[in-house]
Ligand binder design. Structure first.
Ligand code: HEC
Ligand code: HEC
Ligand code: HEC
Ligand code: HEC
Length: 222
């Protein structure tokens, strides 16, 4: 009987977890006035959340950006990047990687994380605020770890086609990473392959938990 009760309790827990809905609300990516998650940066006049990144109308028609609302994003220049296309230096193809980084989500993230663009105007400001731009936002200071700058050579590589890397170095990589790891636009690795901007369940906004390096081991055979 006791065993049965334990089983029932465990099942209830599983069911509750399965139903739990995650949200961007009250995370550091909620820059609205009432956000309890944003600590160093939030607006003093905007009550909406999505608007700092997306707009349903008059979105910026550029990049790989879903209904993107951050003006100036395309003008960001990535000065440097991790320029190896595979772990095997001999088959690296930096030119291809540059092209694919250009259409990745890197600039979407850098439109705040470069330390200079977070306070740029929104392409389509809020009707609720009568078209006034957000107030009270501040750039991420150089000392803020979230300011990763526009030099990506010291960051984990992105921009390569994951399957190509697996083909070049098959023993090094998991052929089909499971969990919430996604590839984009023909199998290219983006910042969002490792991160989910909308969900901080596995902090900091990770696609899957990195406890015991679970995120790294989802792709790397090490
Ligand atoms: C801090 C910036 C940011 C905020 C705020 C934000 N998003 Fe996003 N969103 C992104 C980025 C970057 C992408 C592209 C990367 C991706 O596909 O996950 C994206 C992609 C999406 C997509 C398409 C891909 C997917 O993940 O399903 C949807 C739908 C979406 N966002 C909805 C929303 C809604 C609704 C809100 C508000 C509740 C919101 N977003 C708030 C940055 C943001
Ligand atoms: C979504 C899959 C994926 C995840 C998750 C991932 N990596 Fe990687 N990693 C790659 C790919 C693909 C490369 C090869 C890129 C290249 O050619 O340089 C790579 C390259 C590397 C390299 C070698 C860089 C080089 O090419 O010289 C190191 C070190 C590394 N990753 C560490 C990590 C660590 C640590 C984590 C966890 C925080 C991690 N990776 C998570 C896919 C992943
Ligand atoms: C609208 C601006 C904006 C955009 C766009 C944006 N971020 Fe952020 N992000 C922030 C702010 C603000 C913080 C909080 C900085 C702080 O409080 O120190 C943050 C924090 C983070 C953190 C650290 C969270 C922590 O707990 O320390 C990560 C990781 C992150 N963002 C990843 C991303 C990625 C990946 C993208 C693109 C897919 C992205 N962000 C796009 C504004 C943005
Ligand atoms: C291979 C996986 C991977 C990729 C790709 C990746 N990140 Fe991260 N990122 C992480 C992990 C893991 C952490 C948490 C590091 C820690 O806890 O020390 C992190 C932390 C961060 C932080 C918080 C900085 C800090 O040190 O607190 C920001 C901001 C961030 N990432 C943005 C980005 C952006 C923007 C991109 C794309 C240019 C990107 N990440 C690509 C895995 C990745």
């Amino acid at each position: 009987m006791r065993k049965l009760m334990l089983l029932a309790a465990a099942l209830t827990l599983v069911a509750t977890q399965a139903l739990a809905v995650t949200s961007i609300k009250n995370t550091k990516h909620d820059l609205s006035t009432t956000s309890t998650g944003a600590t160093t940066v939030k607006s003093t006049n905007y009550e909406e959340i999505c608007i700092f990144c997306h707009t349903p109308h008059k979105a910026i028609d550029q990049l790989n950006a879903p209904l993107w609302n951050r003006s100036g994003t395309d003008a960001i220049v990535i000065t440097n990047y991790y320029n190896s296309a595979t772990l095997d230096v001999g088959t690296s193809n930096p030119a291809t990687v540059t092209a694919k980084i250009a259409v990745s989500d890197a600039k979407l993230c850098l439109s705040c994380h470069d330390g200079a663009s977070l306070t740029n105007d929104l392409a389509n400001p809020s009707n609720l605020e009568a078209g006034v731009q957000p107030a009270g936002l501040a750039e991420l200071l150089a000392a803020n770890p979230a300011n990763i700058g526009v030099d990506l050579h010291d960051d984990h590589p992105i921009g390569m086609v994951y399957a190509d890397v697996v083909t070049a170095t098959p023993t090094e990589f998991v052929a089909s990473p499971v969990g919430s790891i996604k590839f984009y636009d023909g199998g290219v690795m983006w910042c969002s392959s490792c991160h989910d901007v909308h969900d901080n369940t596995a902090a900091p906004f990770l696609a899957t938990s990195n406890v015991a390096s679970g995120l790294c081991l989802a792709c790397h055979n090490k």
